[in-house]
Design a protein around this ligand. Structure first.
Ligand SMILES: O=C(O)/C=C(\CC(=O)C(=O)O)C(=O)O
Length: 292
């Protein structure tokens, strides 16, 4: 792997939708800068730099106040780039780490002090070489107070994930709704299976994110909207939203972040839902000491 790729839009539109004050972009990443924070030798992609300054400029352009920075697989289990982003945010960012399952209590405490509030388990074979459930469960039982687990998997392995999810001793956040086929609609088999997973515990949250990954038709993402709006209405206290900037592996699409923000009022059509999705819910999970 030698050629570095750009997966984000160079000039995203300013959204028509204005997020409520204090809105949190609860799923985004930082790449590098590589000279300071080299990528993992095991990374499946080699991106151009997309550092904290770029992320905070986008945050301001889109009308958001805070970020939750999720360690991307290109940085492996070295969380330094993500911690650097959090440190530079003036308290306006927190993070989700990816860790070696053998991590010590001291190292976990250092991540907590650096602003991490969760750990991510990635099950996508195109992104990681292995996903050892037994070791993940061991770490999940040793997390600092107040942390949660973020899980990333695709719909084809949802059934295999049920026992694992049930065994996690802290709240669970599922990335991108476990990537359902949104062309099936809100009552299709993928959404039904995902709802039954959400119903299995009252502390499973999900990110209603990534229309660009889930709806090949592109903006205005009609299939995504019709499949996801009922989920936001029915699980209003357990949904989170994020841009997914800098959109790892989306170099063929280059999603326009402004257009992604404009999906929000379609999946959360009333102000109360928008406030829960963008402010109340992420604040409860990531800044509980400040939450209303
Ligand atoms: O950013 C996402 O949520 C999705 C990703 C990238 C990713 O998860 C990672 O690199 O860790 C993907 O589907 O390629």
């Amino acid at each position: 792997m030698s050629e570095r790729i750009t997966s984000w839009h160079s000039n995203p539109s300013v959204p028509a939708f204005t997020p409520p004050p204090g809105a949190v972009d609860a799923h985004c990443h930082i790449f590098g800068p590589m000279a300071e924070f080299p990528f993992s030798a095991k990374s499946k992609y080699l991106p151009e730099d997309a550092g904290p300054d770029m992320l905070f400029a986008l945050r301001d352009r889109l009308g958001f106040a805070r970020n939750v920075i999720v360690q991307a697989s290109c940085h492996g289990t070295d969380n330094a780039a993500t911690l650097n982003g959090i440190a530079k945010s003036n308290g306006k960012a927190r993070g989700v780490a990816v860790v070696d399952p053998a991590i010590s209590a001291e190292e976990l405490a250092a991540l907590d002090a650096g602003g991490m509030r969760g750990v991510r388990f990635n099950f996508l074979k195109r992104l990681v070489d292995d996903a050892p459930k037994d070791k993940f469960l061991d770490v999940a039982g040793r997390l600092p107070e107040g942390w949660h687990v973020v899980i990333y998997f695709e719909a084809d392995i949802l059934e295999e994930m049920r026992d694992f999810v049930a065994a996690i001793p802290v709240p669970v956040v599922i990335d991108h709704m476990g990537r359902p086929d949104v062309s099936q609609g809100p009552d299709g088999p993928d959404m039904r299976a995902f709802r039954s997973l959400l119903d299995s515990r009252d502390d499973i949250w999900t990110k209603v994110t990534c229309p660009d990954r889930l709806d090949a038709a592109g903006p205005p993402y009609a299939d995504f909207v019709r499949s996801v709006a009922p989920l936001v209405a029915d699980y209003a206290d357990r949904v989170l939203w994020g841009t997914d900037w800098p959109h790892p592996n989306q170099q063929d699409i280059l999603p326009d972040d402004g257009k992604l923000v404009d999906v929000i009022p379609q999946i959360a059509p009333i102000e109360e839902l928008q406030r829960k999705l963008l402010v109340d819910n992420p604040m409860r999970l990531y800044w509980p000491e400040e939450a209303a």
